[in-house]
Design a protein around this ligand. Structure first.
Ligand SMILES: NC(=O)c1ccc[n+]([C@@H]2O[C@H](COP(=O)([O-])OP(=O)(O)OC[C@H]3O[C@@H](n4cnc5c(N)ncnc54)[C@H](O)[C@@H]3O)[C@@H](O)[C@H]2O)c1
Length: 300
């Protein structure tokens, strides 16, 4: 990244992270919290819904138990990781002690902007604020912050505790020091990264995946193929580990609808437009694994 020689000196960015605050304890936030705790970091996991925190604690315990059963963690390592995570409904509980904040709340711009303004006011000035948004431009998420140079996109793959790649998104003001800090943190929690160099909606991964996902849904909606056959093409013809419709069930159809609608609004054309079938499933509460059904039945 080149910087204007007359630009003010970059603000100091905290590079050493021992406490992470993760805001939003849904599918993604709970997984990110688990990754950080498994790497030995203290984690404050915040959600404004106490039931979401209970579900997150159960999801993390279940995932750690699976790691133990598969032999990738010992009992001691699993209970140590569990003990490093504190759950809270009050943002202020983690705001003053966090060395890094990762936001993973609902995929809506206004709540994210409001949250970033609050975080900006309560976190130490050298702390990087990262957003796990799936598609919003980082500059927009940081719109109400006095530290846009210390705001970065940190877009995790789902499920975070299993997937090794994280996409870092450089906002229009993000400093190279903030990028370096984020890379250092990801290296420390054993995650590889790719850099999305321009602040475009959907970044690299969701521009690619949303186009494929929506086409998969369209094929089913138009009666051209079953969900099983769409997924089989992706698995056996493209070599993907999961098909687009099973991936949507995993990711949450409600979140996918928000993402595709926002991308369609921004880019126009048809490539990201959510088909009616996706909207019908979400309206009926069939949001995928988190509700027990989506494109497939009996999910857990
Ligand atoms: N699901 C995926 O596959 C995926 C992948 C990458 C990124 N993301 C992004 O991660 C973020 C979270 O997605 P998710 O699938 O975990 O959603 P989710 O619906 O499972 O969880 C969101 C959580 O945020 C909480 N929340 C909402 N507003 C809040 C606030 N102001 N303060 C504190 N908590 C709040 C909710 O109570 C809920 O528990 C979204 O931005 C999404 O686009 C999702």
């Amino acid at each position: 990244m080149s910087r204007d020689v007359d630009a003010p000196a970059a603000a100091h960015v905290r590079q050493d992270v021992s406490t992470v605050m993760v805001v939003g304890a849904g599918l993604m936030g709970s997984g990110i919290a688990q990754v950080a705790a498994q790497a030995g970091l203290d984690v404050v996991l915040v959600d404004d819904d106490v039931e979401a925190l209970d579900r997150a604690a159960a999801r993390i315990a279940d995932s750690l138990a699976r790691f133990v059963r598969s032999g990738s963690l010992t009992d001691d390592e699993a209970s140590r990781a569990r003990g490093l995570i504190v759950t809270e409904t009050d943002l202020r509980a983690g705001g003053s002690s966090a060395d890094l904040v990762i936001e993973a709340i609902v995929e809506k711009l206004e709540p994210k902007q409001r949250l970033f303004a609050e975080l900006d006011a309560m976190c130490a000035p050298d702390v990087v604020l990262a957003t796990n948004t799936s598609q919003f431009q980082i500059g927009r998420v940081a719109a109400n912050c006095d530290r846009p140079d210390r705001v970065i996109g940190m877009h995790w793959s789902n499920p975070p505790q299993l997937m090794k790649l994280v996409e870092l998104v450089v906002g229009p003001d993000t400093s190279s020091e903030a990028v370096a800090g984020a890379i250092r943190f990801l290296d420390g929690v054993d995650r590889r990264h790719v850099l999305c160099l321009k602040d475009v909606p959907g970044f690299i991964s969701n521009r690619m995946s949303t186009a494929l996902f929506m086409e998969g849904v369209r094929l089913v909606d138009e009666g051209i193929a079953t969900a099983e056959d769409v997924d089989l093409v992706a698995r056996l013809m493209f070599g993907h580990k999961m098909g687009p419709l099973e991936t949507l069930d995993l990711a949450g159809l409600d979140t996918a609808l928000l993402v595709s609608t926002a991308l369609a609004d921004f880019y126009g054309g048809d490539r990201f437009t959510p088909p009616d079938l996706l909207e019908r499933h979400v309206a009926a509460g069939r949001t995928g694994r988190k509700s027990g059904s989506g494109f497939y039945e009996g999910l857990s």
